[in-house]
Ligand binder design. Structure first.
Ligand code: F6R
Length: 605
């Protein structure tokens, strides 16, 4: 949430900052701003509301003399979407310019104190308070001042500051929010994540909390409690170098189309595909530990992936499995258990409430495991063990292909735990064989989308939807409804079909269609009779059904999915349902890649 990009360079241009922001736009697209300074102290400040492209055309003709620059793309937290609330913010004397990612929780108190000292505020943001505080507390030099200012802040922050009176220097510091850095022969760059830099660099390092980085004439120094420290370089993985849309209209469609490869990528090196056996060293190591149960912490789509996994852990490995929403886990009573494996799942590996949940569990000395996509992200670094999903870069907001990657790894974990307990080796082999097959089935689903477009035309005319599920399809229904809501802003709710009679049926009428998931091996006959009750009330039914299961009198429209074994059914509705949401969103003229009010990486609590 919120993306920051900055450079300290021999000479470069403001449009270069905008390019960095464009790569980070999925972190927030409410407004964007840039600040640059020449070696003689001439400054440039420009801001624009909404998309980065609005800023791009404002700065297009700018020349190339700006030695240091800071830039910000905003996901609004304090105050509305206005140019005044857009970063960079500045002090009353217009000497200190600042960009910030995070939330200063005690900003209202600090603001009140500063107002008493005659500071005037032009914005509603917490960031402006920091700019004014730097001015108020300034003494001697900026490093001393910043280390004092940050002691007053109740986190979280990644802050980058330029002092107009010292244009050679750019200073950054962080606590709780991400900050990464790349150094070249004649330039230093800072960014919220590696995607801003993916076209330019192959190695980077991440700053730790409380460190202060000083960039001066494109040389860098990092201090922790006044001691200079060295950071280890991390290799930029190849998968971050291809942030292109290729032939697709939207990134979301491109990413959905990558799902079959993601499924197999997540298993590569962890399975011997010839022998159909599990070879992952991490999973072998896990199996040697005394783990009796699993507790899973995640949010959004990652949370729903875990709900499915909890069925697998129970069915395949006979292991109790509890799933928790990370934001609630933080404020619930934590009952540490040394025989529980605490698993944290996150595409970005930066989600604030997941990150904070890891801290709570680690403090009690319990075993932590990560399942993350972004290599080198904070959650991955914090936990004891983990696995990457290797889904490749997921640029825009809705998580799609990575969900498939998460499910693949989770299924592998369940199989691995199961094979140590009472799951037969031949059953493990059969499921591994089927997972490989599933990738081909998904490819076929991606090629046959004509019917989806037709269905989308009809269903784009409704405002409300019920998604109906049973048993193992619970998460799948929730995930499909989530994507519909997220991309189209239409209302959708999920219910177990049997639950309908307890009250949701009161809402059913012909203008409130039901999307019924009815797949072979998941109580399909019971679901069919529940749907009869819905049809008896003249409701429109879109039937998501296993090919070959004939219930033609029960539906108005149909999307068929391929038959799989029971364990794999949660995968099959996702591709057509995600594509259906994309199509409806396009018909309704919604921006598929940038749903309103959202951002990709939720780095603030
Ligand atoms: C939904 C979506 C979000 C994320 C959630 C968690 O399409 O993208 O719900 O799943 O914000 O993000 P990560 O997985 O990065 O922790």
């Amino acid at each position: 949430m919120c993306g920051i990009f900055a450079y300290n360079w021999n000479e470069n241009s403001i449009p270069f900052l905008v390019e960095g922001l464009t790569n980070l736009e999925y972190r927030g697209y409410d407004s964007a701003g840039v600040f640059g300074i020449t070696k003689n102290g001439k400054i440039f400040l420009e801001k624009a509301t909404w998309k980065v492209s609005n800023l791009a055309w404002k700065v297009e003709l700018n020349d190339k003399n700006y030695k240091s620059g800071i830039a910000h793309t905003r996901w609004a937290t304090h105050g509305g979407v206005t140019e005044l609330n857009t970063h960079p913010h500045f002090s009353t004397n217009e000497r200190f310019f600042i960009v910030h990612n995070g939330i200063i929780e005690n900003y209202a108190y600090l603001k009140e104190e500063l107002i008493k000292k005659w500071h005037k505020f032009y914005s509603e943001t917490d960031t402006e308070v920091v700019a004014k505080l730097v001015e108020y507390m300034f003494e001697k030099d900026l490093i001393t001042t910043i280390s004092k200012v940050t002691k007053k802040l109740v986190w979280a922050y990644a802050l980058w500051i330029i002092d107009v009176e010292n244009p050679d220097v750019l200073i950054g510091t962080k606590f709780g929010s991400p900050m990464i850095m790349w150094v070249a022969d004649d330039a230093c760059f800072l960014s919220s994540d590696i995607n801003a830099l993916s076209n330019h660099c192959h190695e980077f390092f991440t700053l730790e909390d409380n460190e202060i980085v000083v960039l001066e004439n494109w040389k860098h120094k990092i201090f922790n409690l006044w001691k200079e420290v060295n950071r280890e370089w991390e290799e930029m993985s190849q998968e971050f170098a291809t942030a292109e849309k290729w032939k697709f209209e939207t990134f979301t469609e491109k990413e959905i189309n990558e799902a079959p490869d993601v499924l197999l990528n997540a298993l590569k090196g962890r399975i011997n595909f010839e022998e159909k056996t599990i070879t992952s060293e991490t999973l072998t190591e896990l199996n040697e530990l005394d783990i009796e149960q699993i507790e899973i912490v995640a949010s959004g789509s990652s949370y729903f992936a875990w709900v499915t996994a909890s069925y697998w852990f129970k069915e395949l490995a006979w292991m109790p499995c509890d799933v928790r929403i990370s934001s609630e886990f933080l404020y619930d009573t934590f009952l540490p258990n040394k025989k529980t494996l605490y698993v944290f799942i996150s595409q970005s590996g930066e989600t604030a409430d997941v990150r904070e949940s890891v801290k709570i569990v680690k403090e009690k000395g319990c075993l932590t495991f990560w399942l993350v996509n972004v290599v080198g992200s904070t959650v991955a670094k914090m936990c004891d063990f983990g696995l990457y999903t290797h889904s490749g870069i997921e640029i825009w907001v809705a998580s799609t292909k990575n969900v498939i990657g998460q499910l693949s790894v989770l299924l592998l974990m369940a199989l691995s735990f199961g094979s140590k307990r009472n799951l037969q080796i031949k059953e493990v082999r059969k499921i591994i064989w089927e997972i490989e097959e599933l990738s081909s089935l998904m490819k076929i689903q991606l090629e046959n989308t004509k019917n989806i477009r037709k269905v989308a035309e009809k269903y784009s005319k409704y405002n409300d939807f019920f998604f109906l599920w049973r048993n193992l399809l619970f998460w799948t229904a929730e995930e499909c409804a989530l994507k519909l809501k997220e991309l189209t802003y239409l209302h959708a709710e999920c219910y177990a079909t049997w639950e309908l009679k307890h009250w949701p049926l009161a809402l059913v009428w012909p203008g409130f269609p039901c999307v019924a998931l009815n797949l072979k091996w998941v109580l399909e006959y019971k679901t069919a009779s529940n749907i009869k009750e819905v049809r008896a009330r003249n409701t429109t039914v879109l039937w998501i059904i296993t090919k070959g299961l004939d219930n033609s009198e029960l539906y108005d429209d149909i999307i068929e999915v391929p038959e799989t074994s029971r364990i794999l059914v949660p995968f099959t509705p996702m591709i057509p349902m995600w594509l259906l949401s994309v199509e409806i969103a396009k018909i309704l003229w919604k921006d598929v890649d940038k749903p309103q009010n959202l951002a990709k990486s939720v780095t603030v609590e």
